[in-house]
Design a protein around this ligand. Structure first.
Ligand code: ZN
Length: 84
């Protein structure tokens, strides 16, 4: 079986669905995820690691960056909050 090409794209709606490659039920995050190029179905990161480890490395960088940005925003909100 030839492995379809994968791509990073934004997942806007699906959180729990079968992976398009391993057919196992997986939890997906809303935001950046892996998809099959041909069908744009979600692919879990375990399959991604096996078939497109460079994309998974990029994705995990993106996740780290977005959680850092979220923490930074929270910290800013806290420091701007009026003291009671
Ligand atoms: Zn999979």
């Amino acid at each position: 079986m030839s492995i379809p090409r994968l791509v990073i794209a934004r997942n806007t709606g699906t959180r729990r669905i079968l992976c398009a490659l391993c057919n196992k039920r997986r939890d997906f995050t809303l935001g950046l995820e892996l998809f099959r190029v041909d069908t744009m179905e979600l692919v879990c990161w375990l399959c991604g690691k096996e078939h497109a480890s460079d994309l998974v490395a990029l994705l995990s960088l993106g996740w780290t960056a977005s959680s850092f940005a979220w923490e930074h925003k929270k910290a800013q909100e806290l420091s701007l909050a009026p003291l009671n």
